[in-house]
Unconditional design. Sequence first.
Lengths: 696, 344
Amino acid sequence: MVAVGKFVLYDGFVPPLEAGDYDLVARHKLTSPDVSGLNVETQSSRVRITSPRFKLPPDQILSTFPPANSEGAYESRLPQIVIKRRTMPWERRPLRPGDPDVPHAPDEAADRNTPWLALVVIAEGEGEISVETPIADCVTPGVPMNGPSDVVKGLYLAVPETVVRKVFPTVEDLRLLAHVREVSLADTENALGDDDGFMAVVLANRLPQFDRVACKPVRYMACLLNLEGQLDVLPAPTPPINTFLATQFVFNAAAVAQDHPVDPDLRFMGAKVDHVFAPGVGGGNLPRSGPGTRAVLSGTTAQARAPSPTHATATLSARAGEWASAATTARISDLATSASSEDVGFVVRDAMRAGFRIPFEAYILEKTYRFPVLAHWSFTCNGAGSLDTIMQELDVGLLGTLPGPDAEPPRPECLPPVGGDAPPPADKPRVPPEVTGTGHVGLAHKTREGEDRRAWFRGPFVPFATRRRHQEGDLPVLAHVSDQLRLTIPDGREDLSLAVAFEIGRLLALSQPSFVAALMRWRREQFGAERARRLNGVLSQVGQFAGTLDLTLGQGVAREVGRRFLNVAAADLVANFGDARPIADPGRPIEHLSANPITDLANGLGIDRQVLVEAQRRRDPAALDDVGVARGAAADTLDPETLRVLDAGLDEALRNVLTQGGVTSDRDLRRSARPDEDALDALIRRQTERRKKEME
Amino acid sequence: MAQATLTAEIVMNEAVAAIEGSLVATDVDDFTDDDKITPREVRQFLARLRLLEGVPFSNIVADSALLPIESIRFFYVDRGWTDALTQGALSVGTVNTGDRAQLDRLYGAIEDEIDSEERLVRLPGGEERQAGPAGLMTGFVLRSRAVSGWPGLHVRAYAREPDGNDEEILPESHPDRLKLLRLERLAPAVMLALFDGMPEVVHIEEPKRGLQFGVTLTETASNTYSASIPARDVQTASYVGEDGSEVETMAEAKRLPVRFRPGSPGVLDLANTGRAFLEDDDLNMGSELDGAEFALQMIRFPYRQVFGDPGVTADFDIAAVFRPTLSKQVTTLAADFERVFDAD
């Protein structure tokens, strides 16, 4: 077992049997000196050893480097794919019996140690990734692809001979590009979700470079290819060089397609085509017609008649190219997040193939080859922003430090300074925020009165160690409402940090019904018990309950307790509850009446003051009977209709008064036993008599 | 219905005792079997809340200028703030004065229980569980293209710089290593890490994604590059210096040149590069080069950024923490297979 953090590399795991159909024949031979003819029927069965051939199941891919759809400085790293099954690269034989001989390295090719998989990295414009195609068309025409296939349709990579010669690994290289790694399964970082700790790794042989001339990122596609039957196509070994010129380019069909549109129909119809290019590029510096137009080059081996001048169709600025590339990456990310789960894989892969879709075979005169693609992913090499540069250029500080001079994201050194048609840099912050050394930020605050103010706020992250509130002692340990946590600090503004935290906690709790339910359940069950326990403690001290009390279980204890409590409490109300409240509160004294109300009253009523004084002295309202009252007009002078309405109104008012006075008169309201005394007169009379009696 | 003569006190006490039993037995700690007053669901929710799960980012970082593009900000976590957060959550459902008075009484116990629960929110497999009251909490927010471009960055915080070059990565339960309480990408380019203590150094490491293979590129002339790799002895997997002796760090190792294919920028000539390896006796390659040996030479270690006292980390060599070993076991394994099949 490998220790965590360590790993073991193996040259390879070559399975004893390669994938394919086998006849399993079992013969049983019995011999006996006595008996002859002990023949056992031969048992024969057919066995198929399966292995992915045209499509790698997604669960077999443990990781890829560079990460799919990533962008970064990968110039010094070899792309790789990690495959779950350790035997995968050796499960097939790249050189099968009957295949054409491999001219360059016949010994290597025949060796079972040579993997049938190769990871080939091509840049945009160097090859074409097909759409789903029947298996028979996935290989170069003429190469037989016998035996069982894992899928009906697959993808293929179509590349011209130049690209094969320049980019593909040699037969000798193949063996060096695949190995097996063993890691500890306990090491989650390295095990990548593998089941047995062994995984096969296939490396690419190409360090992806970005475009140093135009200084723009280059998108690459890494393809895991099936080399079965096509080993002879792989390039011959070349004399090595110690340095490479990064500005050389391999091939670009986009320029061919863009600058010299050819009607593919003509080519397929066998017509003589004028404008077909096959750039063959020798070593050394290359003439260029301008940035961005990777123009067709008439190299030493050019087979095409280049019509002069190859004027650029689009003089993209370096900057614009960069943006175009960023847009592709962003679009793929968008697709990955927005597409529905069923077809997300297809949609994303389809988007990644953008730029690798030039119909090569239609445009390129030289021979093109097709290789089945088992897996592919794209990434962008942009020459800037490798992890170490990004990390070292990070603005490091404690929270609360404001940024220094506006930091630009890292860019390649070769890139010209921003200007001209370049998009404007990201907006600078409107106004630098108000930040204190304690990490507080001044923010606009609309108070509950609607007033616009500024308040201080500080999130949970502070630039120095703080103490907990109950360690400080000057604040309540537990707040029940957020307003308890509003602080006013010496500058007069409010510090709302803790109040905001309280409110967020409350809202987050409320947003989770399950938590609220749990809290309520807890409170009901546990707090209720605590309450009962304490109530009991108090009650046992009262002593009233210490005596025996017959209780029938099942009757409400609470009712009995309540009854007893009422008895005890009612024994001395004042002692238990304090003084009773007066039935009515005295009204507010009226200022000018306090002097001499009699005079005011007499003036108001228009009667002699002396009469009132006398009546008050004798406490007999009867003294007022003699006072003459101004009378209105005689009844018969009124309109009879008006009189009737007035009569009804008076009856109604009288009835109200009598009802409130407790007198029921079923007789005529305004008639009485006495002459000229009606029910109201009777009521007044009775009250007066009662009052007199009380006074006596 | 049974008739019984009881005092009210006895009835009360009996009733209370029955309920009081369940007050204690609300929950039991999974690891220590300690009794817990707070129900598990409440405890877990509050502990996650303590680690600021679900708290809007604008409340964590109040102004975007505090976290500019391409920046890392270290911080202490204000326990007062997170306490206010939990108090807010607990205030849900305190309807009347009685509830509040009781919460007041219980709050101390609840707080202690959440303190110990904090460390249980993130439990990495294969690590010992850590316990104890909550103390200082620190962390950082990283807003960078590194977060979006390298998903799965490794973050490790050490209370004391791990000494020695050949030390392995310390497990989280090691006393010198600080437990990571939370590590999360809040946004595609924003990462939040919370540590259980005060780190001396913080390592942010490139995700290994399996290991990486590559070379060191050097620009020799304008746009012309050569590449080299540090030499390794394939038997011991340690670096080899200029004089053929074993050296500790990558920086001291002899550089082996890497060959390229003419006319194809960046395409390696593996066969010839490998032959050059074979010719170098210091590497103990033997007579034949295989894929494992080649891969061993090409290993490039993931980049690790160390934040902390620069003086402490000056001589730190990241590559030294890995000790790849090469095995020849494959030959014996293959032989076993063959024997089985030869039996027929």
